[in-house]
Design a protein around this ligand. Structure first.
Ligand code: CTP
Length: 477
């Protein structure tokens, strides 16, 4: 069908058409198509047809996603790198993507909606409070009718707005409203990039699961300025888009094998007594579930817990640290190993074969032996070491210093540190506040549910395994 252009209608008719389209949740063009289709088929086209949003043919023309055509919503921020975004549109279109653009007010200082629209083949959107845009499509549909949102260039200001959850213009409102994956391509002056405020915002965006490509090192547009801050080249952004959308899509760990330890261990004193700790297994189990949801083959080695086995995960139940080590070794090789278990550091050297009886005047003295360190033994493997080894540090004092020491001592790539002092309620609770400690530094994530921590961690793991992340600081990624 030839494309439709709605012009030369008198204002009253236009307004009525707009209202009718808005009522039916369609663009004006789709509304006209529906009316024409109805007229051609002899249907009554006068009245509103509220249920038409679900009418199959109308949906096919309007918002129905075509699985073979990836839809990219490109948000163009205001920076000199915006001119590269025009090339990015071309590159994405060449690869068969449908591209829809939003330009911030600042972006329009560098490029025009006309050029973005001409290249994308669709009008570019600019204004949250533009009645026509809202009637035509609306910011919520802009946020949803896409497979991936790309922000390029992502300026320091746009990143700050995203990190803060602002929604005072079309771009930020759409970013807040979207439930689709988001990729940012930052571009800014190196001083702005290195500013603590930008570092904080980046850490927040990473914790929110937002993927990043670039920035690169090099000359800046400003004379005499050089450093990290140049927007990634269009083809690099296309590669990041492909890896986020590609075979992985929302299963970024498809084809990966992940081993997770979780829960406490029980070290027997005799057949009825044991040494244990207060770990619930909630965080480790949530990580296993999130990795499975992201498409990984997951082997969960769990100590004794009172929570259900996660769906879609192979759970191996163990009691002691030595059994846990054996099960983890059996589960190798893996792409990633995450050690969330609170393994007992010691076991009783000679547990009683029978229940130890109370003697009249003797109190038993337990002699302890150190348990094997499962994390260290896997992290320090010479052969078949997982690409990414992640430990946890459960501390009650000097959290970051102890976590850094563990990172070095155990040879893991990352340590997820949390304060398990009783006052935090983390041990056994549903929420967690973690700090991601890597060779590159420390990122403090906001307090969130253990499921949210798990999802954010899995997003980071996927990015690190793909080698696309700039903020992992992993030795192996
Ligand atoms: N860990 C392990 N095997 C052990 C002890 C710990 O795999 N025998 C792992 C934990 O699963 C966690 C990390 O090592 O990922 C740190 O555990 P933690 O209990 O915080 O530290 P410890 O090694 O026990 O050191 P410390 O007792 O000094 O805190």
């Amino acid at each position: 069908m030839a494309s439709l252009t709605i012009r030369r209608l008198d204002d009253d008719l236009k307004q009525r058409l707009r209202l009718r389209a808005a009522r039916n949740g369609r663009s004006m063009e789709d509304e006209v198509r529906t009316i024409l289709r109805g007229a051609a088929g002899g249907k009554d086209v006068r009245g509103p047809a509220p249920q038409l949003v679900t009418e199959p043919r109308a949906r096919a023309v309007a918002a129905e996603p075509r699985p073979d055509i990836p839809r990219i919503l490109l948000i163009i921020g205001g920076g000199i790198a915006a001119y590269k975004s025009l090339d990015l549109i071309r590159r994405l279109k060449e690869r068969g993507a449908a591209v829809r653009c939003i330009l911030t007010a600042a972006a329009q200082e560098f490029i025009t909606p006309l050029s973005a629209g001409a290249l994308s083949g669709e009008r570019a959107f600019t204004d949250l409070f533009d009645a026509q845009s809202e009637f035509d499509i609306g910011h919520i549909r802009l946020a949803r009718e896409t497979d991936l949102v790309v922000v390029a260039p992502a300026t320091a200001d746009l990143m700050a707005k995203m990190a803060g959850g602002h929604a005072d213009d079309l771009a930020s409102a759409v970013l807040l409203a979207t439930d689709r994956p988001v990729l940012i391509a930052p571009a800014m002056n190196p001083h702005m990039w290195n500013h603590p405020a930008t570092r904080r915002n980046l850490a927040q965006l990473a914790a929110d699961g937002i993927a990043q490509v670039g920035p690169n090192e090099g000359e800046m547009a400003e004379a005499g300025e050089a450093g990290q801050g140049r927007m990634a080249e269009p083809l690099e952004i296309v590669a990041a888009v492909e890896s986020l959308l590609g075979s992985a899509g929302d299963r970024p760990l498809a084809g990966r094998r992940v081993v997770v330890t979780s829960g406490p261990t029980h070290e027997p004193i005799d057949p009825v007594r044991y040494i244990a700790n207060r770990s619930s297994g909630k965080q480790g189990h949530a990580i296993a579930a999130a990795a499975a949801a992201a498409g990984a083959e997951v082997i969960l080695v769990s100590g004794p817990v009172d929570i259900p086995d996660p769906a879609g995960v192979t759970t191996i139940k163990v009691e002691t640290a030595r059994e846990m080590l054996h099960a983890v070794e059996e589960a190798m090789p893996a792409d990633c190993a995450i050690f969330a278990a609170a393994v007992a550091d010691w076991r009783v050297s000679a547990p009683g074969r029978e229940k130890i009886k109370k003697g009249k005047d003797k109190v038993p003295v337990l002699s302890l032996t150190e348990n094997p360190d499962i994390l260290a033994s896997i992290a320090q493997r010479k052969a078949k070491r997982p690409q990414l080894v992640i430990g946890f540090a459960a501390e009650t004092e000097d959290l970051i210093a102890n976590a850094r020491a563990k990172l070095a001592r155990k040879g893991s790539d990352w340590i997820v540190a949390n304060d398990v002092s009783p006052a935090t309620g983390i041990m056994g609770g549903d929420r967690n506040r973690v700090h991601l400690v890597t060779a590159a530094g420390v990122e403090s994530w906001p307090p969130q549910s253990k499921d949210e921590v798990a999802r954010a961690l899995v997003t980071r793991i996927a990015a690190a395994l793909q080698g696309g992340s700039q903020w992992t600081g992993s030795k192996s990624a």
